[in-house]
Design a binder for this molecule. Structure first.
Ligand SMILES: [Fe+2]
Ligand SMILES: [Fe+2]
Length: 286
């Protein structure tokens, strides 16, 4: 059995198994949106089978993130205005909202901060993908959204070990996640990849999550992993949901070989995202 630090693989597997599965409708939506024969009606009917999810998707669609002046009142309208792929992203975001919009004390993330950080990373990743000519904008969005998902599993252990980890960071001047891995035996990137596997997400997403702090280790889709890494760093630099992860955040220059990103592109992206995050709304049931 693998045991490096406090935890062993069994502890992690068990914790990951305890996580709620994604709603059934979400899987069906993922399936339908990857089939070119799917009609708008079919998709709308599928989404509206889950009323709670539908309400959250509509709240997200009407939040400042998407910046539409008109109020979107139904799924069909959302599909017509925002398109298939955006609605698919919203369904996925709405599906993970409940597990993410909490306090994660072990990562110094007050309630809402992991969600904001994840959403801003998703938006930065999508915007970067468009600007650097990476064709799968949606995949970039999802990778950005889920990159830190491992924190929801490791949080309990982090909370107990926080002082030790922080002490190590300060004493040894090492990045937060290196201390996380040395003390717990696992870091949130690796655990996040297990979560993505449990949710049956595609391999390239599993890889992007696993390597969002170590992009040069990606073999399957280094471009996607690189976009995720840059988007995370950009989102950190904007100070959104910084938490403990931001301590000595090591930026890997490898990504610059993969993605043709310039300072201007980063600045434009930041300006865009700040605008759309300025007037944030939550998607909680009122
Ligand atoms: Fe991270
Ligand atoms: Fe992050």
């Amino acid at each position: 059995m693998i045991k490096v630090g406090e935890l062993n693989l069994n502890d992690i597997v068990q914790k990951v198994d305890e996580l709620p599965a994604l709603p059934h409708v979400t899987y069906r939506v993922l399936e339908l949106t990857s089939d070119p024969k799917t009609t708008l009606t079919e998709l709308a009917e599928t989404i509206t089978q889950d009323q709670v999810l539908t309400a959250k998707v509509l709240r997200l669609a009407n939040s400042a993130y998407y910046g539409y002046a008109r109020r979107i009142s139904g799924i069909m309208e959302a599909l017509l205005i925002l398109g298939f792929s955006t609605v698919r992203n919203l369904v996925l975001a709405a599906s993970v909202y409940n597990v993410m919009d909490k306090e994660f004390q072990g990562y110094v993330l007050p309630k809402g901060d992991l969600w904001k950080h994840s959403m801003s990373t998703a938006l930065v990743a999508r915007s970067l993908a468009k600007k650097v000519g990476y064709i799968n904008h949606d995949l970039a969005f999802i990778a950005g959204l889920l990159h830190d998902i491992g924190k929801i599993v490791l949080n309990t252990y982090m909370t107990k070990k926080f002082e030790d980890i922080l002490g190590k960071v300060n004493r040894e001047n090492i990045p937060f996640m290196v201390a996380e891995k040395e003390i717990l035996g696992f870091d949130h990137a690796l655990v996040g990849a297990r979560v993505a596997e449990r949710w049956n997400l595609p391999d390239e997403l599993v890889e992007a999550i696993a390597n969002h702090h170590t992009p040069s280790q990606a073999v399957h889709n280094p471009k996607l992993t690189s976009i995720t890494h840059i988007a995370d760093a950009v989102s950190m630099s904007m100070g959104i949901g910084l938490g403990g992860d931001g301590l000595l955040y090591p930026f890997d220059g490898f990504v610059l070989e993969q993605i043709n990103v310039t300072e201007d592109i980063i600045e434009e992206t930041i300006a865009e995202i700040i605008d759309s995050m300025a007037d944030q709304e939550t998607i909680n049931e009122k």
